[in-house]
Design a protein around this ligand. Structure first.
Ligand SMILES: *[C@@H]1O[C@H](CO)[C@@H](O)[C@H](O)[C@H]1NC(C)=O
Ligand SMILES: *[C@@H]1O[C@H](CO)[C@@H](O)[C@H](O)[C@H]1NC(C)=O
Ligand SMILES: *[C@@H]1O[C@H](CO)[C@@H](O)[C@H](O)[C@H]1NC(C)=O
Ligand SMILES: *[C@@H]1O[C@H](CO)[C@@H](O)[C@H](O)[C@H]1NC(C)=O
Ligand SMILES: *[C@@H]1O[C@H](CO)[C@@H](O)[C@H](O)[C@H]1NC(C)=O
Ligand SMILES: *[C@@H]1O[C@H](CO)[C@@H](O)[C@H](O)[C@H]1NC(C)=O
Ligand SMILES: *[C@@H]1O[C@H](CO)[C@@H](O)[C@H](O)[C@H]1NC(C)=O
Ligand SMILES: *[C@@H]1O[C@H](CO)[C@@H](O)[C@H](O)[C@H]1NC(C)=O
Length: 422
């Protein structure tokens, strides 16, 4: 019984090996006959430009070969939909950095350093249906930003994306060629030998509010100046690549005190608006500023869509769960969409960005991140500058962070998409 089982496995193995060899020789013949490439010229060209010059012809051909066998498009922003895909577990996959190797990560996102044992959350790769999303290539990224200022603007989720981007490239840069200056509002990672910076600008609502600098805990005391962006935006002038986001601060559950027009009434002249209404006015303010201040052929503008929160385990049918606490695997259900991603906000983004004069590239991370209930900081985080105590960790309902993402982690995939769009 044992023998026949193993011999049948061997037979199956030999057959599939033969099949693969057949496939390869078939394709190699195609490669040498040159003509079949015409139909995929677009794929080839796109891939060349992503790979840069330091990849030699041999590997290039290998990649072509792989891509033909695969029969999927090399990522092309016009052809590929980054929302359509699945998370694939790859035991051999290692991120380009860890929270121990990269010195620029905040404690908020350094989950393993903070005691998370299980690193399997790092082994999931986002695989698109019908397209190949190239892995983040640090060398290519550095070439793309040579001589440029890159700035991430937004909230703490955007700060995570910024730190991810910095860590994805910094290991290639000699110590004396890099420096980091952290500020409360504006932080700059400087790469001397590339004459480049990767910056972060804190503006959680993009527009002005009374809680930008000194954070006001009580949402009812926050006041948003929904038609006022200049105070922040003047710091965005001259940047070559701007990556914006704003979402989670709008989602306090209550109405948002908003003021606009003249400020003569002071902060008493506010009106209480539903989040999508206030969001629309604010995003239009931002869009008008971009349209009238950004030179479309000098500056690339990106917008990262909502980062989902995972506060309700019932959303993914884990009725006994406590938010995202103790989750160990991504949600499998195709198209899963939870209550932490507000469709009304998404539709505001779609309509406002869709009407802009300056082209804005959407980095639509919402669907792919929706699946990743297990990749949040959870209890492996900090509170008020201190690691959670054991007592706090034992109360995940109150203390688990199901908004921010561990790094390395999901925001690396956001940057993979960002780079593929450059
Ligand atoms: C191409 O790259 C491989 C591995 O990186 C190297 O071994 C080989 O010598 C290179 N070939 C050429 C022609 O540069
Ligand atoms: C991408 O796919 C998603 C999910 O299927 C869909 O909702 C969305 O409209 C698609 N986007 C585009 C630009 O086609
Ligand atoms: C898994 O990751 C390894 C290491 O990067 C890579 O060589 C391999 O191709 C990946 N497997 C799949 C199925 O993507
Ligand atoms: C972490 O791993 C160690 C050893 O593998 C184990 O003793 C410990 O209980 C684990 N901690 C948690 C929180 O799972
Ligand atoms: C460095 O980049 C800045 C723009 O970010 C540019 O103005 C300057 O000329 C560059 N310097 C060199 C030496 O390339
Ligand atoms: C920038 O774009 C404008 C119109 O969109 C065009 O007239 C101008 O020539 C472009 N400048 C450069 C340097 O490409
Ligand atoms: C969380 O997972 C740990 C380890 O698997 C387990 O011991 C604990 O009971 C779980 N806690 C809850 C509340 O499910
Ligand atoms: C982002 O993708 C989702 C589907 O995953 C889609 O419903 C939504 O419209 C997209 N957002 C924008 C702004 O295009």
């Amino acid at each position: 019984m044992g023998i026949s089982l193993s011999s049948s496995i061997v037979i199956v193995f030999i057959f599939s090996l033969a099949f693969i060899i057949l496939l390869y020789t078939e394709r190699i013949n195609l490669v040498s006959s040159t003509t079949p490439f015409n139909s995929c010229a677009k794929r080839g060209r796109r891939f060349d430009s992503i790979q840069g010059d330091d990849v030699n012809a041999t590997t290039d051909d290998d990649n072509r070969l792989k891509s033909i066998l695969d029969d999927r498009f090399i990522f092309d922003p016009d052809e590929c939909n980054v929302s359509r895909g699945k998370w694939v577990y790859n035991r051999s996959f290692e991120p380009l950095y860890t929270d121990l190797s990269c010195p620029y990560l905040d404690r908020q996102v350094s989950c393993v350093k903070n005691g998370k044992n299980d690193t399997s959350y790092r082994k999931w790769e986002w695989e698109l249906d019908g397209c190949i999303l190239p892995r983040f290539d640090a060398r290519v990224a550095l070439e793309k930003i040579r001589g440029k200022r890159v700035m991430f603007v937004g909230d703490s989720l955007q700060r995570g994306q910024w730190q991810s981007f910095v860590c994805l490239v910094e290991f290639l840069i000699p110590k004396d060629q890099k420096s980091m200056r952290r500020g409360k509002v504006h932080s700059v990672f400087n790469i001397k030998d590339h004459n480049a910076t990767i910056e972060f600008y804190w503006a959680p609502f993009l527009i002005e509010s009374n809680t930008d600098l000194k954070i006001i805990g009580d949402p009812k005391k926050r006041i948003l100046r929904v038609d006022s962006v200049e105070k922040h935006a003047k710091h965005w002038i001259g940047v070559d690549m701007l990556v914006f986001n704003t979402y989670v601060w709008w989602m306090t559950g209550s109405k948002l005190k908003s003021i606009w027009g003249s400020f003569e009434n002071g902060e008493d002249g506010y009106e209480e608006l539903d989040a999508p209404v206030a969001y629309r006015i604010a995003l239009r303010t931002w869009a008008n500023w971009v349209d009238s201040n950004i030179e479309r052929n000098k500056t690339r503008v990106f917008f990262t869509t909502m980062s989902p929160t995972h506060q309700r385990s019932a959303d993914w049918n884990n009725d006994g769960g406590i938010k995202c606490y103790n989750e160990t695997e991504p949600v499998k259900k195709k198209g899963h969409w939870g209550s932490g991603s507000d469709k009304r906000i998404m539709s505001v983004v779609r309509s406002v960005v869709g009407r802009m004069k300056v082209p804005v590239t959407l980095i639509n991370v919402t669907q792919l991140s929706e699946y990743r209930v297990e990749a949040h900081s959870s209890i492996y985080t900090e509170l008020g500058g201190k690691l959670l105590t054991d007592k706090q960790k034992a109360d995940p309902f109150k203390f688990a962070d199901c908004i921010h993402w561990c790094l390395p982690g999901v925001p690396d995939t956001w940057n993979r998409i960002l780079l593929a769009n450059l």
